[in-house]
Design a protein around this ligand. Sequence first.
Ligand SMILES: [Zn+2]
Length: 58
Amino acid sequence: MTHTLHVTPLGDLVDHDTSTTDADCVCGPEVRPAAHDDGSIGWLLVHYSLDGREQAEG
Ligand SMILES: [Zn+2]
């Protein structure tokens, strides 16, 4: 069984979508394989902070 762990920037201005195991958040998270201590493989979704960076118009 695999599990997905989301890593989101604290206090970011945008709402990150952590309700899915897909990397379809607005910030375009990076997907990394993550090996756990028990030998299982999970996925790490690393979200990017969007505050202070390029802002979408509107
Ligand atoms: Zn995100």
